[in-house]
Design a binder for this molecule. Structure first.
Ligand code: ADP
Ligand code: MG
Length: 322
């Protein structure tokens, strides 16, 4: 119902960047190879995400906004081997309850559909010509929850959060071409070639990316690889370490610490590396269903993984810095 959607919105929709994340993850789950994100006033006025994924049929297009409507889990066992980014079926219901939504979509087989939703209620649904894929615009965010709107910081801060999200999702999906723009300014554009170092270059600049050192390692349970900056190319913030587990960008304080430990004697005081760490593991060893935002992960045999990362980083840096 409307109330529980609004309560859930508080957990999933913290700020415009949370919506940017949920919409992009849906586009990724729909097997898109190209995703465009356009923001107005850092997303507070509007967030538009256009993809070339599998799209939705007319009935799916309105069902998608019902609570717990997910097309991604078919039984409870799936919950333990989640491969899609979404699975709880609550993001769209939550987002729609605090905004105005306009959706254009087509599965490429039937005529397309256009749906309009205001504060969670469907106000229009009609046939509309559209190519295969989905185009969703979220506008007037928090128009019916003014208290939340007041919490929003400056445009620059909110934009920073969205850029951060798109950067990390682009890094974890180098095969997808991303384009992020704010009004008429293009902020990030990736080619979708599958080359992660090239995405690093698109985000942090060629001078940084070409000097990043690759590392890798494996044990019986985990395989890891990634890139890290040399000591002279470190930054003043810890925020440039990106962890990707089975293609999903997640946060782990312990992994960040393992990266820093691996660099330890080479790291100037108060400086932190830019790094991306890709972890491949049996999904049975990981649990992402910890929080609705799906940002945190639990891993079995975490100590082993941390050691593997620390050692791989240390060896790669030691080899390069003489
Ligand atoms: P979840 O991603 O957890 O399944 P959401 O509320 O994010 O839940 O989305 C609900 C459903 O809407 C999805 O399961 C999917 O079937 C459909 N959907 C949402 N966005 C897209 C998209 N861009 N392309 C195709 N289907 C989509
Ligand atoms: Mg989703």
């Amino acid at each position: 119902d409307a109330l529980s959607n609004k309560i859930a919105a508080g957990e999933v929709v913290e700020r415009p960047a949370s919506i940017v994340k949920e919409l992009i993850e849906n586009s990724i789950d729909a097997e898109s190879t190209s995703i465009e994100i356009s923001l107005k006033e850092a997303g507070l006025t509007s967030i538009r995400v256009t993809d070339n994924g599998k799209g939705m049929s007319k009935t799916d297009a309105t069902r998608a906004f019902e609570r717990h409507a997910t097309s991604k889990l078919s039984n409870e066992h799936d919950l333990f081997r989640i491969r899609t980014l979404g699975f709880r079926g609550e993001a769209l219901a939550s987002i729609a309850s605090v905004s105005k939504v306009e959706l254009w979509t087509s599965d490429g087989e039937h005529e397309g559909t256009r749906v309009q939703i205001d504060g969670g209620a469907v106000t229009k649904q009609e046939h509309a010509a559209f190519r295969k894929g989905t185009d969703m615009t979220i506008s007037q965010l928090f128009y019916n929850t003014p208290a939340r709107l007041k919490y929003m910081k400056t445009i620059q801060t909110e934009l920073g959060h969205s850029i951060d999200i798109v950067n990390r999702l682009a890094l974890s999906h180098p095969h997808i071409a991303f384009k992020l723009s704010h009004h008429d300014q293009v902020i990030l554009q990736t080619a979708g070639t599958g080359d992660q170092r090239r995405v690093l270059s698109d985000i942090y600049g060629m001078a940084v990316a070409r000097k990043m050192v690759p590392f890798q390692g494996e044990n019986a349970d985990y395989a890891i690889d990634g890139f890290i900056t040399l000591p002279e190319m470190t930054r003043a913030s810890k925020n440039y370490i990106t962890l990707i587990v089975n293609g999903r960008w997640v946060k782990s304080y312990a992994v960040n610490q393992a990266v820093l430990d691996g660099m330890h004697t080479y790291l100037p005081i108060g400086r932190y590396p830019i790094s991306v760490i890709n972890v491949t593991a049996d999904p049975f060893l990981t649990d992402v269903n910890v929080h609705p935002a799906k940002q945190h992960i639990r891993m079995s045999k975490e100590g082993e993984l941390l050691n593997l990362i620390k050692t791989a980083v240390n060896e790669a840096i030691k080899k390069t810095v003489i």
